[in-house]
Design a protein around this ligand. Sequence first.
Ligand code: ATR
Length: 267
Amino acid sequence: MNLYGVFGNPIEHSLSPEIHSQFAKQTGYEISYEKLLAPLGSFKSSADDFIENGAMGFNVTVPFKIDAFNYASELTTNAQSAGAVNTIKVSKDKIIGENTDGIGLVNDLTDNLGINIQGKIVLVLGAGGATQGILLPLLNNNPRRIMIANRTKSKAKKLKHKFAKYGTTCGFSLDEIKHEPVDIIINATSASLDGSAPNIASGAAKGAICYDLMYGKQTPFMSWAQENKAEMVIDGLGMLVEQAAAAFTFWTGKKPDTKKVLERLRG
Ligand code: ATR
């Protein structure tokens, strides 16, 4: 049996085993996919043990994506620009680190939701790891510009400079966002974890597509977007399935049908 899994802490509520076993069924590629709880500070030895047991690859989630970046012996372009790894592929003489989060977001927006990024003004809220992971794949789709707005402005400015060579980027503090509507707003902050939405001018949401990287029926950002007349409000479940599909293809070369899996998860 081809052995794969997902490392995280906590990991109990991960949907990845269910998603990957559906992909495996669809494509006729037999896998065993495990949830792997690594103790904090022990990612390396846990990953070594899993590979020793014959693992061919694994996913990595919070809080180990930077440990996985340091663990890989080779990095893809996406992983390098993200500064983090969510997918590891084990081959004979190397451990390749990839990051499929950004491509997962772009594929959900374009393939599942029919949203064209080209020529659009995209406002990304937050300037942490999640934002860094999505900027290159978004910029590869030629938006008119990406506005990065963060509570701590200096971090938004830093990312603006880092990614300026790939397209038009600008950095703001949250309170510099004015009431003019934008085309797409992506919430990449962790504000939901303390039960809040990032505090920006409500006018920005009017007529916009508002996408929360977190998934859940109703995040605080989704409620804020609905109250402020967004045209479309979406959570990150599609991105979760799409980043898993990109990892599955990276490992196996096979392309699963994500729409069926997403329909089942949405129930
Ligand atoms: P992740 O890997 O999820 O991106 P992170 O690197 O810790 O996590 O980044 C969290 C992001 O959410 C940051 O941009 C943070 O803003 P600061 O840089 O100012 O800390 C943002 N964030 C967290 N809580 C927030 C809140 N209540 N309102 C607005 N932004 C918030």
